[in-house]
Design a protein around this ligand. Structure first.
Ligand SMILES: [Zn+2]
Ligand SMILES: [Zn+2]
Length: 267
């Protein structure tokens, strides 16, 4: 079991410690843990300028010593709208990250909160959202595209055009990136993970071979939550589960669930 989307107090919206996650990882049999704190540079974001990479790598060092190899600790980052903040991305990528998640959290100055939902219906918002996503995948700068249809968590509806998503996946795959199956929506009253099965199907049909899996936990108790569902979905779609070390992709092999048992994916 591997969880490659986890937040601690080094993200603006979590108070959890890495030690608490380590404890849960050992308890739940999670072999690999990738911490992916928020780095959002939209000035409207609650966490604007909150992220501190020095504090992050200091904590990662402590966590690695604490785990003493029992759980593999990876250093990730969840970067919002890479295409809009290339300078900040470049500066952060001077640090030795294993993994970069790319997220669209903001559509210009809009987050799908109540105020936005009063002004734009789901279809209108999703149209603007996919346009942003297409710009981001063209730019790249990340390894896995996080929680692809996340506005559905707020709107309770999903709207997309197959042609737009096909273009998104085509550009994504050109940039050698993958997508994430994110289980946080299942904890927030949504009947399915993100993205929806039909979107994962489109990704696979466009040539996608693997996915990363993330709980998007903000508390340690949520670590690897609903992963049996995510894994079943990946398996049903014929997609392999992967992780990144030093920005290189590795396929997860269940039978050899130790770090040295990974097979590196060659394209
Ligand atoms: Zn996110
Ligand atoms: Zn997240």
């Amino acid at each position: 079991m591997i969880d490659t989307h986890v937040h601690t107090h080094l993200s603006c919206d979590s108070e959890e410690t890495m030690a608490a996650y380590l404890y849960q990882a050992e308890r739940k049999g999670v072999k690999v843990l990738c911490f992916t704190e928020h780095a959002d540079f939209n000035p409207y974001d609650y966490g604007y300028l909150y992220y501190n990479p020095d504090a992050f790598f200091r904590d990662i060092g402590h966590a690695k010593r604490l785990s003493a190899g029992k759980v593999e600790i990876l250093s990730g980052i969840e970067f919002g709208e890479t295409h809009l903040y290339p300078h900040q991305l470049r500066l952060l990528l001077k640090y030795p990250y294993d993994f970069v998640l790319g997220s669209i959290h903001w559509v210009n100055n809009l987050f799908p909160d109540e105020k936005t939902r009063m002004k734009y219906d789901a279809k209108e918002f999703f149209d603007m959202y996919w346009t942003q996503m297409l710009e981001m995948v063209k730019f790249g700068g990340f390894d896995s595209l996080a929680h692809i249809d996340f506005p559905k968590r707020y709107y309770g509806e999903l709207h997309y055009k197959g042609s737009v998503l096909r273009e998104i996946f085509s550009r994504l795959l050109e940039n050698d990136a993958v997508i994430e199956i994110n289980t946080s929506s299942l904890r927030k009253g949504c009947p399915e993970s993100m993205p929806a099965k039909e979107i994962i199907e489109l990704y696979r049909d466009m040539g996608g071979k693997c996915v990363t899996i993330g709980s998007d936990s903000h508390i340690a108790g949520d670590l690897a939550a609903d992963f049996e569902k995510a894994r079943a979905l990946a398996e049903e779609m014929g997609l392999e589960i992967c992780l990144y070390r030093e920005r290189k992709r590795y396929i997860w092999r269940e039978a050899s669930a130790r770090p040295q048992g990974f097979d590196m994916l060659k394209r």
